[in-house]
Design a protein around this ligand. Structure first.
Ligand SMILES: [Zn+2]
Length: 240
């Protein structure tokens, strides 16, 4: 059991005690998005995944680790053609991550952003690079697994079937565009995701299962735990 816990449940005095107890805490912050996830997954899919991975990682890590509430909005410009999507954009998200890091580092020894959305990467890299240049010990890692499909496909749908099956509309799922992201990118940068997938899905959710989701989820948690434990930020601030 770690000595940290959930930040929002603590009082300021309790956080101060953690600091006086020895090394100041590491704060683990999920970063998600509000964007379309096909006809079958909720808009906050990335936030749900980042939150669950970050919470499980924080609980598993020994030592002084605090789990903070998610930053639930991200950079989702490529999904703007779909109703429900709310994007802060890369520039604003970068500013949010920088100011968050500057503020939390007044009392925390480290802050790590646990990211659930690929579109946030540019902001994460820029913000964490700046924070590190300012001598703040910030870093980030991703909820990712080898062989994952891109968006609202087998990977994300399986994880949600594991975490919160009640929000997955399996009766509405459809196979999306399964070309590789590298092949899709030129058309996507020009016309957004709507230009390559009418349903908003990249990948195939119809093969998703809760059992696969449990495996994918525990792989994501183990990967983030190992990276946070090693604490070896690379040149762009990603934990290696
Ligand atoms: Zn997603």
């Amino acid at each position: 059991m770690n000595s940290g816990g959930v930040l929002r449940d603590r009082t300021s005095a309790q956080v101060r005690e953690l600091i006086q107890d020895g090394r100041a805490p590491t704060v683990v912050v999920p970063v998600g998005s509000v964007e379309q996830h096909g006809p079958h997954l909720p808009l906050d899919t990335d936030t749900r995944i980042a939150e669950a991975v970050a919470a499980a990682a924080a609980a598993e890590l020994s030592g002084n680790v605090l789990f903070a509430a998610a930053l639930s909005y991200g950079a989702s410009g490529e999904h703007q053609g779909f109703a429900g999507t709310i994007s802060l954009g890369t520039e604003t998200l970068t500013a949010v991550l920088v100011e968050y890091g500057r503020s939390v580092c007044h009392w925390a020894s480290r802050v790590v952003y646990v990211n659930g959305h690929g579109g946030n990467l540019e902001a994460l890299r820029a913000a964490v690079r700046l924070l590190r240049k300012e001598d703040r010990d910030a870093a980030w890692c991703s909820c990712s697994v080898v062989g994952a499909d891109a968006h609202a496909g087998h990977t994300e749908t399986s994880v949600l079937l594991h975490l919160c099956p009640e929000v997955v509309r399996t009766q509405d799922w459809v196979r999306g565009n399964t070309e590789s992201l590298a092949d899709l990118m030129p058309r996507m940068s020009a016309g957004g995701l709507a230009a390559v997938s009418e349903s908003g899905v990249l990948g195939d959710p119809t093969t998703a299962t809760a059992a696969a989701g449990q495996h994918i989820f525990s792989t994501m948690v183990a990967d983030c735990c190992a990276r946070i434990h090693r604490w070896n930020p690379g040149p762009d601030g990603m934990l290696i």
